[in-house]
Design a binder for this molecule. Structure first.
Ligand SMILES: [Fe+2]
Length: 364
């Protein structure tokens, strides 16, 4: 969610592949149409000229090309917007709410999991929300995922949980802006993140929020299957580094409460809770494009827009992405805490399997 670097995390090679995949998709439809046309020509030459035949054929052809065009346009729009978001403003101050204490919603999701939900706008107009997750481990220590602003209320909540913050997790290459603030407040905490993040932060020299702290645990494509965090952490969590995702997602399963914690792997818009403390007249109006974008990040109905987004845009290395999704699906979670949109309490596995159906079963 939170951008601090102008460098794109979607390599141009990836976008090239993406557009190539669209082209072959489109080509496939063209072939079908050509095939249909040939069939019709044969039919029309062997029968006497009939109006109904022509008119019943044309609308279907138009319908097909219309659907293809729509799919193409929506996919390209998404890709462009997704890439643009990687080149957003450098300064974290333009990305986070200026009054977090007034608008943050602190909520106990399960006995040991608390969420800090805040408003967050993408492109200055699309309300996708932000969310940090706090987990009290069986050992009594605390892990914080995708930390958001450390407000007085957030601090008080941490104190009520025993104050022993041991782990601060950047859940992907983007959700790291508040790490320094938390590390300063809880110096015993280890920083955990995906490969490339420390280097990305090191390049930022003009943002007072972004420090250059060392990461204690770094997930890489090579070490992801064998990397351990710590004894007490590993007792409670399963985790997967989704290196095939454009944003380098880290996904965690807190086994005692069956909670899946993720950042950009799966949105669940609209962001209702995250805007619940924002006065009605100050709530953003997303407009046509915003609503269109939000529709692509909804898990409702058949979630077709989301499936396309995951398949064509988010999965940069699809084979690896699919492997990751399968490993996550094998976990026994029932609840999902995303960073953007609504938290799912109960029935989370079903939603996950619907949204990632193509990755789990292999889209044809
Ligand atoms: Fe995000």
């Amino acid at each position: 969610m939170l951008k601090t670097s102008a460098s794109s995390v979607i390599p141009s090679q990836y976008l090239k592949n993406y557009f190539a995949s669209l082209k072959s998709h489109h080509h496939h439809h063209c072939c079908q149409r050509r095939l249909l046309r040939t069939t019709t020509t044969t039919t029309t030459t062997t029968t006497t000229h009939t109006k109904p035949l022509t008119s019943s054929f044309l609308p279907q052809r138009h319908k097909k090309s219309w659907i293809t065009t729509l799919l193409l346009v929506s996919s390209i729009t998404t890709a462009i917007i997704y890439q643009n978001q990687q080149q957003q403003s450098n300064m974290s101050s333009t990305l986070v709410p200026s009054n977090p204490e007034d608008v943050m919603v602190i909520r106990d999701i399960t006995p040991n999991v608390v969420t800090f939900s805040v408003p967050f706008l993408r492109f200055g107009c699309i309300p996708i929300g932000g969310r940090g997750t706090v987990v009290k481990l069986s050992s009594g220590s605390i892990a914080v995922f995708s930390p958001v602003a450390l407000t007085a209320s957030a601090k008080a909540k941490i104190a009520s949980l025993g104050n022993d913050v041991r782990y601060l997790v950047a859940t992907d290459i983007e959700h790291h802006i508040f790490l320094s603030e938390w590390k300063t407040a809880y110096p015993n905490a280890k920083l955990i993140g995906p490969e490339g993040l420390q280097e990305k932060r090191a390049k930022v020299t003009d943002d007072p929020r972004i420090g250059h702290e060392e990461f204690a645990v770094v997930f890489t494509k090579e070490n992801k299957l064998t990397l351990k965090v710590d004894k007490d952490f590993d007792r409670d969590f399963e985790y997967e580094y989704v290196d095939g995702h454009a944003n380098k997602e880290l996904v965690f399963h807190y086994k005692p409460d069956r909670v899946l914690i993720e950042a950009d792997l799966m949105f669940n818009l609209p962001a209702i809770e995250q805007y619940s403390k924002v006065p009605e007249k100050e709530k953003p109006k997303p407009g046509f494009l915003g609503n269109f974008m939000m529709g692509l990040q909804s898990t409702q109905g058949d979630a077709k827009g989301m499936k396309r987004f995951m398949w064509y845009v988010a999965s940069k290395d699809r084979a690896s992405f699919n492997e990751s999704v399968k490993r996550i699906d094998a976990w026994g979670f029932d609840n999902i805490v995303p960073c953007h949109g609504e938290t799912i309490v109960g029935g989370g596995k079903e939603v996950f399997e619907k949204v990632f159906e193509w990755h789990l079963t292999g889209k044809k």
